[in-house]
Ligand binder design. Structure first.
Ligand code: ZN
Length: 400
């Protein structure tokens, strides 16, 4: 048995003893002792993070202290870094993070799904519903949780450990936290972007058109489109055609489960492009299509890929990308297309994502390859610049 295994077992036993005694807070350290201070990457002005050091505060009875292991860089982080559209500066960003519980208050017993929590467990956060106890993951009719507070987009306060771009984060009572100890680090870093796609596929399913044997077109092979393909594949959908303008992305789409690909740069005009999509399906238009780009032209085009009576999920316009032109007669009315929009996710989608990531691993999808760049915290400015240059796919900050 490894020394660190013994260590963690001893810690678990000690934590349980403290727990059953009910005496005092369940404070205890996991691997190694907890330092007095933690570094955070503070966005102090547009385009610049300062690495600052703050004292780790005392925990309340409902709080959890997490040692950060990694955090994905999101498009939202890049927008905030460049333009501060949310007016948050100074702020510690990073909401796609994960890490290990090193200390917790005596009231903390289980995660938001009812799974037990202990020191040493790996967790992720989702939304913060301090003032809205009615929103739970078990409310199936709940619409997406966009607009709720989330760690990594909270203004700075005297706790400072409010985002995942840091060494430690302090999770306060009332937050949504999930025990994801059974997922590897890369999977955990990918949970948030994957949840966006789980939600989109759940929205698509409400049309009744997306089925096992459906022909599905996925337009756009950035991280969103690639994850979309991976989810369809884990659902058992075989006839997937990916559309993008970059061969490298298209070959990744095939690794993720696309049976055929179409490079739009090889086809002049929408008729030729729609013809190429039809050819890729063996002479049929798509039963269902996912629009995963932020391009208005791409939105206008996608209707031409879909058969009469087919379905469309638009999820590419996460932020306002301008107006798109469609022909309501040909594109929607006479074709009788069913369209759904998708944005953010519900708490239930978040939990469903854990199962998807396990399934993806089981069937050997190369999810880890989505993380193309890894930077230590002190190189966070470089990481964000890399994201803004649109280099690679997913960029992550990882603990060194
Ligand atoms: Zn995000």
């Amino acid at each position: 048995m490894e020394v660190n295994q013994i260590e963690s077992i001893v810690q678990q036993v000690l934590a349980q003893m403290r727990d059953t005694n009910g005496a005092g807070p369940v404070y205890g350290a996991a691997s190694g002792s907890i330092p007095a201070t933690s570094r955070v990457a503070m966005l102090t002005e547009k385009g610049h993070f300062d690495i600052q050091e703050y004292a780790i505060p005392e925990l309340g009875d409902d709080d959890i202290l997490v040692k950060v292991e990694g955090c994905g860089v999101c498009g939202t982080d890049a927008h905030e870094f460049k333009r501060d559209p949310f007016d948050l500066i100074p702020v510690v960003l990073g909401h796609e993070g994960t890490g290990e519980i090193v200390k917790m208050g005596k009231n903390v017993k289980q995660d938001s799904a009812g799974k037990p929590l202990k020191i040493g467990d790996k967790v992720v956060t989702c939304m913060i519903f301090k003032d809205n106890p009615d929103i739970t993951m078990f409310d199936l009719n709940k619409q997406n949780v966009g607009g709720a507070d989330v760690y990594g987009l909270l203004p700075d306060d005297d706790i400072h450990l409010n985002g995942w771009f840091s060494d430690y984060i302090l999770i306060r009572g009332g937050s949504t936290v999930f025990n994801v100890s059974d997922l590897d680090l890369d999977s955990r870093i990918l949970i948030e972007p994957c949840a966006v796609l789980i939600h989109a596929v759940e929205r698509a399913k409400t049309t009744g058109i997306l089925r096992f044997n459906s022909r599905v077109a996925v337009q756009g092979c950035g991280p969103i489109g690639l994850i979309c393909i991976a989810i369809l594949k884990t659902m058992g959908i075989q006839n997937i055609v990916a559309v993008d303008g970059e061969e490298k992305r298209l070959s990744f789409a095939r690794e993720m489960g696309a049976g055929a690909t179409v490079n739009f740069k090889n086809h002049q005009g929408i008729e030729a492009l729609a013809g190429a999509v039809k050819d890729a399906f063996g002479g049929y238009l798509a039963d269902f299509a996912f629009q995963c780009t932020g391009s208005p032209v791409a939105h206008s085009n996608i209707y031409k890929f879909i058969r009469n009576g087919g379905g469309l999920c638009e999820l590419g316009f996460f932020i306002n990308g301008g107006d798109a032109t469609i022909n309501p007669h040909f594109d929607i009315c006479s074709k009788e297309i069913t369209t759904v929009g998708s944005w953010v996710y519900t708490l239930r989608d978040y939990a469903t994502t854990f199962d998807f990531l396990k399934s993806a691993k089981d069937i050997g999808l190369p999810m880890s390859k989505l993380i193309t760049h890894r930077f230590p915290l002190e190189k966070i400015n470089e990481a964000l610049e890399t994201n803004l240059k649109m280099e690679g796919l997913k960029i992550a900050i990882v603990a060194s």
